[in-house]
Write a protein that binds this ligand. Structure first.
Ligand SMILES: *Cc1c(COP(=O)(O)O)cnc(C)c1O
Length: 501
């Protein structure tokens, strides 16, 4: 029997699981059922059930990729509730203050559902048509907010890490081309590249070093510049570091300023650093993964001043524009720099078919197949609007300030900094103890105990070698009472540790 005429294969039974006209009603049924389960996730009382990792691991029949029998949508949803929805972490919960995960806006979820169902790939015009125009308009919008010139351009990326990668790689290839006539894209490594150095503050995101390593330059290609007591890069230390590297025979090629450091939300002095970058004729990148969206606020215009001089900018909409992951962008002052990234493949976007009317976004991306993440942002701007987003961000900033003033007057706590954004770093100083290593133990105990019990998720970080706790406030609905409730839990947990040890 020929393969083509075989019937009753398993494929015949499952053929109506495809998103297509024949399955329209099944699609609606599945989505409606899924939505009911997702809504039930919102009924979870705590940010996390507190289920033990060992109990989650023991649900092997649920985790298994090879179920005993193929499930109905009802059974699969019931399983995922038991395995995941009942136990996963709720970023919208007021007691979740750990990392840079935001609660998401409903309009963005609508956009994401459409993007996933239609499954557009913003790769070439012939795979995306008007999706290309929507992404370009979102990029144009954020570039104009940053007061970038008309020559500016950008592309959506998987996140700040990838955006920073693009910045470093463009900066390097541009420097090599401009100063040495080298075409690294085509010809690869050259010895002089071993001497190239980037500069960022010691509070910059780890992805700067990690990306330098991925680019074959190593961690040592990134020079950490010291920060002041507000966790901002010291301009004089930057100049000294540049001069020192030059004396060592190395070649400064780029400066990364952070607009909103991950731990402290501190802004490096952008205008001053822009001037230094210009003086040394090096690339100026601003990592605004966390703070970039604050361009929509009235409160933070002054700390973002100078960003318009950047050669490139990283901005994460999935951190501070209330978008589901992924939604992030890499912006560049001059679109022609994308030539360091672009590749013309015969099967996709041959150079001879290049057409301004029908651009292929792949020419600006290091990804090939890429999600239509710009659609979420389009829905958000259309339905929520930039003014409301700006006011949400101001709210969480003021919440961090309120908490700062409260903790500063509480001898149980030592506060590390005054918040410039919406994080606060502090530690418990349990009365009667003055050994830093015991403080470290207590602060870690507090963090771990609150997480395990499902009561609250607080982050920790290190400052001057000591363990500190960190609140990242990204929920505009949270009140000072909500965060003081977590503070009360921290005190009770810290005291419980002291009484038991
Ligand atoms: C979070 C963060 C990054 C990394 O962004 P991802 O979207 O997680 O890849 C880079 N820089 C800063 C300052 C960040 O806060």
């Amino acid at each position: 029997m020929l393969l083509e005429t075989r019937t009753n294969l398993i494929s015949d039974l499952k053929i109506d699981q495809f998103f297509d006209p024949q399955s329209k009603y099944i699609y609606e049924e599945y989505v409606q059922k899924a939505v009911q389960y997702i809504s039930s996730f919102l009924n979870n009382e705590n940010f996390y059930s507190g289920e033990l990792p060992s109990n989650l691991r023991s649900k092997t029949h649920l985790i298994s990729a090879n179920p005993d029998s193929i499930l109905s949508v009802d059974d699969a949803l019931a399983q995922i509730k038991e395995l995941y929805l009942d136990h996963t972490v709720a970023f919208h919960h007021p007691n979740y203050v750990a990392h840079l995960n935001c609660p998401v806006l409903l309009p963005a979820i609508v956009g994401d559902l459409i993007a996933s169902s239609v499954n557009t790939a913003v790769e070439t015009w012939d795979q995306s048509t008007s999706a290309t125009l929507i992404e370009q308009e979102m990029i144009r919008w954020i570039c104009s907010k940053m007061q970038f010139p008309f020559s500016a351009d950008g592309v959506f990326t998987s996140g700040g890490t990838q955006s920073n990668f693009m910045a470093l790689s463009m900066a390097r290839d541009h420097y090599a081309f401009q100063h040495y006539g080298l075409n690294l894209k085509e010809n690869g490594w050259s010895d002089v590249v071993s001497k190239f150095r980037f500069f960022c503050s010691e509070k910059a995101h780890f992805s700067i070093k990690k990306n330098a390593a991925l680019m074959g330059m190593g961690y040592d290609a990134v020079i950490s510049v010291s920060t002041d007591d507000q966790m901002k890069m010291k301009p004089d230390a930057l100049v000294q570091a540049i001069e020192k590297e030059k004396q060592l025979g190395n070649i400064p090629i780029g400066i990364v300023a952070t607009a909103g450091t991950t731990d402290f939300g501190s802004f490096d002095p952008l205008t001053t650093i822009a001037t230094i970058a210009k003086e040394y004729n090096v690339w100026f990148h601003v990592d605004g993964a966390y703070g970039g969206c604050y361009v929509l606020t009235d409160t933070h215009q002054h700390v973002l001043r100078g960003i318009e001089h950047a050669d490139s900018i990283t901005i994460d909409f999935h951190k501070t524009m209330f978008q589901p992951v992924c939604s992030s962008a890499f912006l560049v002052r001059d679109t022609k720099h994308f030539k360091y990234i672009s590749y013309y493949a015969d099967y996709l976007n041959p150079l001879e078919h290049r057409d301004e009317e029908c651009p292929n976004l792949i020419e600006k991306s290091i990804q090939t197949t890429r999600r239509f993440d710009a659609l979420k942002l389009w829905f958000t701007l259309k339905m929520t609007g930039e003014k409301a987003i700006g006011s949400f961000l101001e709210k969480v900033h003021y919440l961090a300030l309120d908490l700062y003033h409260t903790l500063k007057n509480d001898s149980y706590f030592e506060v590390a900094h005054k918040p410039e954004l919406s994080t606060l770093v502090f530690r418990c100083i349990v009365p009667g103890i003055d050994d830093d290593s015991i403080h470290d133990t207590i602060n870690l105990y507090v963090k771990n105990t609150l997480f395990k019990s499902g009561q609250a998720s607080v982050a920790s970080t290190k400052l001057n070698g000591n363990v500190y706790l960190k609140f990242t406030l990204l929920n505009p609905k949270s009140t000072i009472d909500d965060v003081l409730n977590i503070i009360q839990m921290i005190k009770e947990t810290g005291n419980a540790y002291k009484n038991n040890n």
